[in-house]
Design a protein around this ligand. Structure first.
Ligand SMILES: Cc1cc2nc3c(=O)[nH]c(=O)nc-3n(C[C@H](O)[C@H](O)[C@H](O)COP(=O)(O)O)c2cc1C
Length: 456
């Protein structure tokens, strides 16, 4: 079955996207493409047994075997959690002292190796769930303050957060990020990205909506950002710039919430990242309270990238730090224009590359003009997110070799109406499952498994 695309006619050269990006620490990405972090949710889940909790599985190794043949400049893992109790979801991969051992190190080493097969840099996204941890995973997660997240995700509520004391900021957060960064360095990764966006713990500190502290970690932007800079310094004390190990951050360019991070705040924070020495900043936006993975403004609709106008405002602060922009890119034309106009240096891709793990390769060869156009509602992050996880599970069923070196082998074609109809039916059943799990106070581990009509 052939696929439908956003556009078929290539009207611009993709050449600029193939240019290298040189980071300030000397490391070089072979092109401008970034595989954005996409949580996998298929690592082991066994909180009672630290040695077996949050271990990457064969699905993950296979998944990155495919992306590792897709010609990315840089590949990020999905969020890898640094605290075994404060997860984004059951099934997250985790790096933590209590769970360290030969098996975990061997799996992470294999993961890094698979990512780097065709020259990409392999970077671990390190995160801490904080108050966005599902209540079924941890009823009392950590946060900057005691501001509970109302609402539900996957029909599951969130717990009552406990504000971290100054001492706990050091032991429960900074030390854990540093431990995980060192583990990533020692297992062969090229760097880490701190997840400072989308409302997770570090964003809970930077955003005035969730940080009500009156000590040195609250109040002014300088204070709200302090924890991130302390993590940076502590990582660099262990893994100096001279090692070539990258330290970057994903940050919100805007939060679209009353009292949330504004673009001016974000610009001020980015200036500090530039001055501090961060190798790269990935610009994104939104939180669980206000998701922003669709067009919030008509002005950006034609230019595709959701946060483009914010990136344009922030971009001038970056002199030595490389900037990536993620969210909404679908056509080669929009990607090329965003670079030519100076809004960004790198292009982050999320959902398009779960349908097509080798999309950068095809773009650089000039064989496609855009990503695949789903028959799903592109503005509905809920369903497109589930569908991406489903496609990732399908990708992870076999290795690149087992798939006869065809990275799209076995992936459902969601540009096909019939497949989408069947997926919606499967979703009805999965919804019952999710509701049942939530009502029994059980965490939802894994993703919606689906047998769909494959791409050609
Ligand atoms: C299935 C899925 C999982 C995601 N997991 C993460 C994650 O672990 N960390 C993160 O920073 N963003 C995550 N995101 C957000 C993406 O990195 C990206 O910012 C967002 O999807 C917008 O880009 P896109 O329009 O190219 O998909 C996820 C998105 C999807 C669809």
């Amino acid at each position: 079955m052939t696929v439908k695309r956003f556009c078929d006619n290539l009207t611009v050269s993709s050449g600029i996207l193939g240019e290298q990006l040189k980071f300030r620490n000397g490391k070089v990405a072979q092109n401008r493409f970034l595989k954005a972090a996409l949580t996998e949710r298929v690592s082991t889940y066994d909180p009672e047994n630290p040695q077996k909790h949050g271990l990457p599985t064969e699905f993950i190794l296979n998944l990155y075997d495919k992306w590792g043949h897709g010609k990315f400049g840089t590949i990020l893992t999905g969020n890898v959690l640094v605290d075994p109790t404060n997860l984004e979801s059951a099934g997250n991969a985790i790096i933590f002292k209590e769970g360290d051992g030969e098996e975990r190190r061997a799996l992470f080493s294999k993961w890094a190796k698979n990512m780097k097969q065709d020259g990409a840099l392999a970077v671990v996204q390190l995160s801490h769930g904080g108050r966005q941890t599902p209540i079924t995973v941890e009823p009392n997660p950590w946060s900057a303050s005691d501001v509970k997240l109302s609402g539900e995700r996957r029909f599951t509520a969130f717990g009552q957060p406990v504000p971290l004391s100054v001492e706990q900021i050091k032991t429960q957060v900074i030390d854990r990020f540093v431990y995980a960064a060192k583990f990533a360095y020692e297992t062969g990764f090229d760097g880490v990205e701190l997840h400072g966006a989308h409302g997770y713990l570090l964003a809970q500190f930077t955003s005035p909506t969730t940080n009500k502290r009156t000590d040195q970690y609250g109040g002014s932007i300088e204070n709200r950002q302090r924890i991130i800079l302390e993590i940076y310094d502590a990582i660099r004390a262990e893994i100096p710039v001279s090692t070539g190990f990258l330290v970057g951050i994903k940050t919100n360019s805007v939060e679209f919430q009353e009292q949330g991070t504004t673009v001016d705040d974000a610009k001020e924070m980015c200036q500090v990242y530039e001055d501090k020495g961060f190798d790269f900043v990935e610009l994104s936006g939104g939180t669980y309270e206000k998701l922003a993975f669709h067009h919030m403004r008509d002005s950006t609709r034609n230019r595709e990238a959701f946060f483009l106008e914010f990136a344009e405002k922030i971009r001038p602060v970056f002199k030595n730090t490389i900037v990536y922009l993620t969210g909404g890119f679908r056509t080669v034309k929009a990607m090329v224009e965003a670079i030519e106009n100076g809004a960004t240096q790198g292009i982050g891709l999320g959902r398009p590359i779960t349908a097509e793990p080798d999309l950068p390769k095809k773009i650089l060869e000039g064989s496609v003009a855009s990503s695949i156009k789903n028959a799903l509602d592109e503005n509905d992050f809920g369903i497109t997110n589930l569908a991406s996880n489903t496609q990732m599970q399908q990708m992870g069923r076999n290795s690149y070799q087992q798939a006869s070196e065809n990275p799209t082998y076995g992936i459902s074609n969601f540009s096909d109406e019939e497949t989408v109809k069947r997926y919606r039916e499967a979703l009805v059943e999965y919804t019952v499952f999710m509701k049942t799990m939530a009502s029994q106070n059980k965490p939802i581990h894994g993703v919606l498994v689906f047998e769909g009509i494959q791409q050609a």
